[in-house]
Design a protein around this ligand. Sequence first.
Ligand code: ADE
Ligand code: ZN
Length: 326
Amino acid sequence: MKALPKVELHLHHEGAAPPAFIRQLAYERKVDISRAFDAEGGYAFEGFQHFLQVYEAATSVLRTPEDYARLTKAVLEDRAEDGVIYCETFLSPDFCGGGDVAAWRDYLAAIVEAAKQAEAAHGILWRGVVTAVRHFGPEQAKRTSLCAAETAGDWITGFGMGGDETKGKQGDFAYAFDQAREAGLRLTTHAGEFGGPESVWEAIRDLHVERIGHGVRAIEDARLVEELAARQITLEVCPGSNVALGLYKDFAAHPIARLRDAGVKITVSTDDPPFFHTNLPREYDMLAESFGWDESDFRALNQTAAEAAFCDTETRARIMKKLETE
Ligand code: ADE
Ligand code: ZN
């Protein structure tokens, strides 16, 4: 599974931080976040809300553009090691300068420089999707999307929203999404993860996104499944994340195969891999084991992901070529 060329569309930059990397930074910064870790040194949390708290505690030790450059190097090296040839990561100006455009530019410059180095060293291509954090509220999301709009271009190609889906409604963030769309950014939002089908309907109706982060709880509404298939909206599905956060009891109970069989465009990602003790080869192994998917299924998934990638046509052609020849 490692050797298969892969495209990953749903990966949180901080959520991909190896725990040892965060522990080292905490040590350097003399910050005590030991409660975020278990006895083996992995991230420790119980349930979604606590996961978000531990995520933010871990992120709190990332304080400078240089920290984000180091993080980017670690994250892209790990992905390249797993056979990922193109990945998009979610970046939050909230954590990179607090939503201030000038500060965000400094963080982004450091991240881009590290991504260029990773491309030169490992051939992995990278793009960033600026991401609002839903539980920080609509006013902060406007600042975040202004950061996105001001830096839209070759590297920042999308705008999205993660965070606590149980807080507020998708439509509360319409201004932020409109501002990003007007700057030419492509749109995605987390929906149908800890919110039900109604949250996915809202994402389509009120934010006009073309991809959905997770979206798996659409399975609870047959009409919504039909709508997703008809509109060719791509789901960024992260099965291991959903199982780890208790949405489904195991891979066999996960709706990914049913969604795919209903004609919905499906891609597979890892979300926050070290938090969920996963990586993309493991996700593929589990899908192969649970649903009998084979290499042709995984190649088809990656083709779908390349088509849905928020990149320019020339980059897409490079990705397609790598998928065909590697
Ligand atoms: N931020 C990081 N991971 C997330 C997830 N799975 N859902 C919502 N927000 C997140
Ligand atoms: Zn996510």
